[in-house]
Design a protein around this ligand. Sequence first.
Ligand code: TZP
Ligand code: MG
Length: 221
Amino acid sequence: MRRPLDPTLYLVTDTALSAPRPVADVVRAAVAGGVTTVQVRDKTASRRELLALTRAVQAALADRPDVALWVNDAVDVALLAGVHGVHVGQDDLPPAEVRALLGPDRLLGFSVSSVAELDVARALPAGTVDLVGIGPVWTTPTKPDAGSALGPDGVRGLAEAARAAGFGTVAIGGVDADRAAEVAATGVDGVCVVSAICAAADPDAAARALRSAIDRGRLAQ
Ligand code: TZP
Ligand code: MG
């Protein structure tokens, strides 16, 4: 069985922004504050380092089986560590190939920033992609090459089309506690952040502030 998905507050890790704190410490605090899903992402790590990082985060989540753990890009690392899901972008291994490696029981996420990119996921057999990451909502220094900003209205349109196709939806890019309500009000299933938690002095408090903003935004829908 593929695990149920609660992407309400989805943390994507950043090793440099977390430093000097170990990523696993930031994750532990963020989960205490209300993060529901964690994706290990480190573009500079070797595969060996990424595996060690993933296992360290997994150990930090050992007493939180309710929190889903994902790995960015690296299917091999995801399978070796035994995490719940893999997230790939438009230029990574194609989702159908990733699904073939993952088997039926793990989650697959896919980044989309336009209707054409959503069409890539819609053209695949049902059950290939579980979740689409829509973004960037706003431009962000965390990923300067993320493309042009969709804004909340652009996110709303893509999220509606993605939901109609059976995908879960999260939005990413430039989201902080001041903007999370507006993003949640677009109807996405979850809000993804990197710097709003990884660069925060108190990741637990940062996660709490994001969660209450998401709750407010959902009520305003
Ligand atoms: N994909 C689109 S924007 C982005 C990624 C990984 C980075 C988001 O980082 P932040 O710090 O939450 O703006
Ligand atoms: Mg990628």
